[in-house]
Design a protein around this ligand. Structure first.
Ligand code: G3P
Ligand code: CA
Length: 244
């Protein structure tokens, strides 16, 4: 039997073709037919949640310094697109709220929490999700598993996903060992084998590997029966999914 078609999850937007984690990258991914968007969040000095991969602004804007030390107004004064291509000059570091305004609720947003060490970001995130009615259509993931467990304990309606890069002996047993419900596994795709996928899916876990980009890797993961793939090239994956 042919497995269900996997979800196309655009990594930091259409990162392969637009400046990552900007509204332009999310808009492009949506136009290419993605069904999910993965993004990364940090907290500013004045407690706004912004979408950026790194904890500093140096690589993806014309600014510099740590996000946690700057206000939203200071951060949004920087250009977050020109480093990628001239056509993207004028893009800014968006807030998560601005992403919610752009992305329809039918598209799953996978929010990766970076640098949760302060503990403040969990409360701010849950407040925002409740205010915007987004609690039930996002998946919260992190490499910090204590952070996502705290989040699930604070808001049990949320879906949580385990991000990991290690080759775990038994990912399903690890997920089942949590004292809260785990929705999805987000392994580095090179670590994944078909048996892990089958066991996880049979136990009701979604499997969303990251970050696969070549046709060969995307096809191999689809053959394994993964639930979705996090990719920098949603357009490439769309062609493969449509051809099945
Ligand atoms: O969420 C999957 C992937 O984005 C995790 O790694 O470094 O790209 O945030 P990174
Ligand atoms: Ca990420």
């Amino acid at each position: 039997m042919m497995p269900n078609k996997p979800l196309i999850i655009a990594h930091r937007g259409a990162k392969g073709m637009a400046p990552e984690n900007t509204l332009a990258a999310f808009r492009l991914a949506l136009s290419q037919g993605c069904q999910g968007i993965e993004l990364d969040i940090h907290l500013t000095a004045d407690d706004h949640i912004v979408v950026c991969h790194d904890s500093t602004l140096d690589r993806t804007t014309n600014g510099s310094g740590a996000i946690v030390n700057q206000t939203l107004m200071e951060i949004q004064a920087y250009d977050a697109g020109g480093w990628c291509a001239d056509e993207y000059k004028g893009e800014i570091v968006p807030t998560l709220d601005e992403v919610f305004e752009l992305v329809p609720q039918t598209v799953m947003i996978n929010i990766e929490v970076k640098n949760a060490y302060s503990g403040r970001i969990e409360c701010k995130l849950i407040d925002l999700l409740r205010q915007r009615g987004r609690v039930e259509d996002v998946v919260i993931s992190s490499f910090d598993h204590k952070c996502i467990r705290r989040i699930k304990q604070m808001e049990p309606r949320l879906k949580i996903g385990l991000l990991y890069q290690a080759n775990l002996l038994d990912p399903v047993a690890y997920a089942r060992g949590f004292d809260v419900e785990v929705y999805s596994l987000h392994p580095q795709f090179q670590m994944l084998d078909a048996e892990d996928v089958q066991q996880a899916v049979a136990q009701g876990l979604r499997v969303y590997p990251f970050t696969a980009n070549s046709e060969k890797d995307l096809s191999r993961l689809m053959e394994m029966g993964v639930s979705g793939i996090i990719t920098d090239f949603p357009c490439r994956m769309k062609e493969l999914v449509d051809a099945r």
